[in-house]
Design a protein around this ligand. Structure first.
Ligand SMILES: CC(=O)N[C@H]1[C@@H](OP(=O)(O)OP(=O)(O)OC[C@H]2O[C@@H](n3ccc(=O)[nH]c3=O)[C@H](O)[C@@H]2O)O[C@H](CO)[C@@H](O)[C@@H]1O[C@H](C)C(=O)N[C@@H](C)C(=O)N[C@H](CCC(=O)O)C(=O)O
Ligand SMILES: Nc1ncnc2c1ncn2[C@@H]1O[C@H](COP(=O)(O)OP(=O)(O)OP(=O)(O)O)[C@@H](O)[C@H]1O
Length: 477
């Protein structure tokens, strides 16, 4: 519950309030003694005592024109018969009001947030397992794939970082469920669209940065993407940063909170790095996820979790038992060839993935990859240029969430950066079946990159059923 008076006080304290318009009259103080028992940004989910937020690129005033709601908050006066609270920034208003509506759940949780171009989900899974070992399974998690508010039941996430109204509701539910810790991924979009506005995390981790998510609906430039990501460190009481990341000196120069670094250029380098083990922080670790970058993700999660109370032994146990659905999963075909299923879907992570596979697989390596339509368009050139530099990799280009674009056109665009012949097999299952049928012996490998266990393909803006790369690969082993 929240009163109109409190809403206005919050907005005024945040210098966000402009005016109330009720019946063509302007007011700066509450005109009624209203209490809201629901907040919503979706007209399909309101009651008469709902405080409604009109926001978003595709919002239409017709959604609420005929609704019986007490007030709406908006940057624009839509001239409706519903009283309007006009603000300068509706996303800021949503976050400030949501955290108070849900009674500041962040005060009852130790919060740990990961940002970075790559590794957020993996690091979040490492941290959940470490913290669960410490607190007996009381860690909620919000990740790109899965969300759990009771530490054990998972449901599919809509966004990497939810809208503020959903975020604070979920945080309150986690507290009600007895959770003591929350691990979450914070995307650059979350800062760009103020989904975590006003929230201070106990620990914020910056994993790495490379050009990505640049396109019409995401970030106009790399500068904007990088700036948004850095906001996590400004809004965390304690920062953990990868000393090997691009622009590290600049990130370091901006730090104002207490902090720790990991990586080769820090006091916590990784040593004795083998496929399934490594050493750091003065201890030996076992790990199921191969790849040096996963060892980096693990160290980041360990440092952050230790800051929140976990011990080094908790970190060793948590890291050893972590697997992440669709990330670096290895299957073996009847002929002994290996199939690597991984979520890599930009040039940087693809480069790392190929780097992990090629030392072990000395035969023919076939890569199946595509990239999204209507989003992150710069990935096409990045992936194409990378594959041009890997002449020994046999490439099959396929569909990966083409959305409103033609997947064959996307594939041809990637192929335009590669001078050797590459195959285009648009149907993803056929591409996987073809590659698996071509392997001959244990030194061969197929890398299926991009969708992991995602059980959909976005086609014409709609999530169409897709079995997921791992399930399909298992079918043709
Ligand atoms: C740019 C952006 O942040 N977009 C998100 C945003 O959209 P929006 O605010 O513009 O809202 P909209 O979808 O245009 O709809 C307008 C409003 O009308 C309302 N509505 C709609 C229909 C109706 O009948 N009644 C009604 O009230 C809707 O509830 C909505 O509030 O809010 C929507 C939910 O409220 C999100 O679904 C949408 O994410 C889009 C689909 C998206 O794909 N975002 C990506 C870029 C994103 O945020 N990705 C990052 C991860 C990036 C990474 O991997 O690092 C993430 O955090 O998920
Ligand atoms: N530290 C890292 N550096 C580079 N690549 C990584 C790193 N960690 C993971 N990857 C690669 O990126 C892929 C995605 O990993 P993960 O899902 O953990 O990252 P994410 O940041 O959550 O990604 P996204 O924002 O695309 O959802 C992995 O499948 C792996 O190929």
């Amino acid at each position: 519950m929240i009163t109109l008076k409190t809403v206005l006080t919050l907005l005024k304290n945040d210098q966000n309030f402009r005016d109330i318009i009720d019946n063509n009259q302007y007011f700066s103080e509450p005109t009624t003694d209203t209490t809201f028992d629901k907040i919503s940004y979706d007209s399909r989910d309101v009651t008469p005592s709902t405080l409604f937020f009109a926001k978003g690129l595709n919002f239409k005033p017709d959604y609420i024109r005929d609704l019986e709601i007490a007030y709406y908050i908006s940057e624009i006066d839509y001239g409706l018969s519903i009283p309007a609270i006009i603000v300068s920034d509706v996303k800021h208003a949503m976050s400030m009001i949501a955290m108070h509506f849900y009674e500041m759940p962040q005060n009852a949780l130790k919060t740990l947030a990961f940002t970075g171009t790559k590794g957020k989900t993996t690091a979040a899974y490492f941290a959940k397992n470490i913290l669960d070992t410490y607190n007996g399974g009381k860690t909620a998690m919000l990740s790109t794939m899965n969300t759990t508010l009771d530490g054990k039941t998972y449901f599919k996430s809509q966004l990497t970082t939810p809208e503020s109204l959903d975020l604070f509701r979920m945080m309150r539910e986690a507290v009600t469920n007895g959770m003591t810790h929350l691990v979450m991924e914070v995307s650059s979009q979350a800062y760009k669209t103020a989904r975590v506005y006003g929230l201070t995390f106990d620990v914020g981790v910056f994993l790495n940065i490379s050009p990505d998510h640049i396109g019409p609906i995401e970030h106009p430039t790399f500068e904007d993407y990088f700036y948004c990501k850095r906001q996590l460190l400004k809004n965390s009481r304690y920062a953990v940063v990868n000393s090997d990341m691009a622009h590290f000196d600049f990130v370091k120069s901006e730090l104002t909170s207490e902090h720790d670094f990991y990586g080769d250029a820090s006091e916590h380098p990784i040593s004795n790095s083998e496929a399934f083990s490594f050493s750091t922080l003065g201890a030996a670790f076992e790990i199921q996820l191969i790849g040096r970058f996963n060892q980096e993700n693990a160290v980041a999660a360990a440092l952050a979790s230790i800051r929140l109370g976990a011990s080094l032994a908790d970190a060793q146990i948590g890291i050893a038992k972590t697997t992440v659905p669709g990330r670096m999963e290895v299957l073996t075909q009847a002929n002994g060839a290996k199939v690597f299923v991984d979520y890599a879907h930009n040039a940087d992570s693809l480069d790392k993935l190929i780097g992990v596979v090629s030392p072990y697989q000395t035969g023919k390596i076939t890569l199946i990859i595509g990239t999204t339509g209507n989003k992150a368009e710069s990935r096409r050139q990045g992936i194409g240029e990378l594959l041009e530099q890997r002449p020994l990799i046999d490439v099959i280009l396929t569909a990966d969430d083409p959305s409103f674009e033609d997947p064959a056109d996307i594939a041809r665009e990637i192929a335009s950066f590669i001078t050797r012949p590459v195959r285009i097999i648009v149907d993803r299952e056929t591409a996987i079946q073809t590659a698996l049928a071509e392997t001959e012996n244990p030194s061969d490998a197929v890398i299926i990159a991009g969708k992991g266990v995602d059980a959909y393909q976005i086609v014409d803006g709609v999530h169409m059923p897709y079995d997921g790369d791992r399930v399909i690969a298992e079918r043709y082993l």
